[in-house]
Design a protein around this ligand. Structure first.
Ligand code: NAI
Ligand code: 13P
Length: 345
């Protein structure tokens, strides 16, 4: 599947903020089929009503997964992690081994555990592993980077990473997404890129708390630096390479998300820093806040693997156990471990 002479339309599953942003980027190069589950959303897209008015004329809305699979060899699934497996179960009957799937989801899949059974690493899957488990497709990639959808929709320049064990997947993604306002890097470590994208949301929650408390850049920089280190330790513990954490999908996305009020994770932390509770935030937010579930999952995983993750632990206590933020900061600042860079071989 070579690029600029791409004949088939490219498919996107999920017509939310990021699905729309990627659809507009793709539409600079190719025709796009944008799947919307609900007929009223498909109609609103077709009529370019409200938020959909900014979508390129090359984007056609459809609400038939079979049609997407028939018409598109390359498909970008971009739905929240909690809906990803059920979406794959619906899509899978229409897929065959010639399909390429590059997902844009930054979260983890957690298997429902029977009462009393404790969490094991094998209960946690990245989205590429879910695609592998639920379909016959093997050419799988992920899209991850500092890609706040609002900025992309405004037409601002940005870059991303496509990670896949298959060079042809990276090339296919680059061919349809690259433009004079969007750079696309490539790498083969998909698990590292997926983990970096999901884990950085935890640090964005914490950065939001600091923002909400009106704290300054010294502490923010410390959080981002130590947060990256913790992300790398978690990644290494489950077999990922350090490299993706040091690239656009790692430090790049971490800096963007942990500093932007356009990040839903940052915003959730900010509200907590202003004194709201997690219940207040979840009850009143219509946004996907991927980091909250990832935080619970990774805290449980860290405990199982016996790795030390003080930031994850303390953000968990602040979000889920109502630990006062000042106590949390005090705990981290006086943490009895002060080795600066300890993740290099
Ligand atoms: N918004 C952003 O700036 C970015 C978001 N992401 C990631 O993209 C993923 C999606 O986020 P957003 O688009 O922002 O969320 P969103 O809430 O704006 O949209 C999610 C979309 O998925 C659809 N959906 C849910 N379940 C579905 C199913 N079973 N089948 C088909 N469609 C389904 C919803 O109807 C909705 O249109 C998240 O994992 C997020 O972390 C990644 C980079 C940037
Ligand atoms: O991952 C993102 C930007 O790269 C989007 O972050 P939020 O999900 O926090 O909005």
């Amino acid at each position: 599947m070579e690029g600029s002479e791409h004949k088939n339309p490219v498919g996107i599953i999920g017509s939310g903020s990021f699905g729309m942003a990627i659809a507009n980027l793709l539409a600079e190069n190719v025709d796009v089929l944008l799947y919307a589950r609900r007929e009223e959303v498909r109609l609103a897209i077709e009529k370019r009503e409200g938020r959909y008015s900014v979508l390129s004329p090359r984007i056609q809305a459809v609400s038939d997964l079979q049609l997407v699979a028939q018409k598109c060899q390359l498909i970008f699934p971009i739905v929240p992690s909690q809906a990803f497996r059920s979406m794959m179960k619906q899509l899978s009957p229409y897929l065959n081994p010639t399909h390429f799937l590059i997902h844009g989801t930054k979260g983890l899949d957690l298997q429902d555990l029977p009462q009393g059974q404790s969490l094991h690493p094998e209960h946690i899957k990245t989205m590429s592993q879910v695609i592998e488990e639920e379909s016959i497709v093997c050419r799988i990639g992920c899209l991850s980077g500092p890609n706040l959808s609002k900025e992309i929709m405004e037409g601002q320049p940005a870059a991303t990473l496509i990670a896949s064990p298959f060079t042809e997947v990276i090339k296919a993604g680059q061919a349809v997404l690259k433009s004079n306002r969007f750079q696309v890097y490539g790498d083969h470590d998909i698990i590292g890129a997926e983990l970096a994208g999901a884990l950085k949301n935890i640090i964005a929650l914490a950065a939001g708390i600091l923002g909400g408390k009106g704290l300054g850049k010294n502490l923010w920089a410390l959080l981002v630096t130590r947060g990256l280190s913790e992300m790398i330790h978690i990644g290494k513990a489950v077999g990922a390479d350090v490299k993706p954490f040091l690239g656009v999908a790692g430090i790049g996305d971490l800096v963007a998300t942990a500093s932007s009020e356009n990040s839903r994770n940052y915003k959730a932390g900010y509200r907590l820093g202003k004194g709201e509770t997690l219940d207040d935030i979840m009850e009143t937010s219509t946004d996907v806040i991927e980091g909250v579930k990832t935080l619970e999952t990774i805290r449980a995983l860290g405990a199982h693997l016996g790795i030390t993750t003080p930031i994850v632990e303390i953000v968990y206590r602040v979000f889920f156990k109502k630990m006062p933020v000042d106590n949390a900061i005090q705990f981290l600042i006086t943490y009895p471990y002060a080795v600066d860079v300890d993740f290099l071989p």
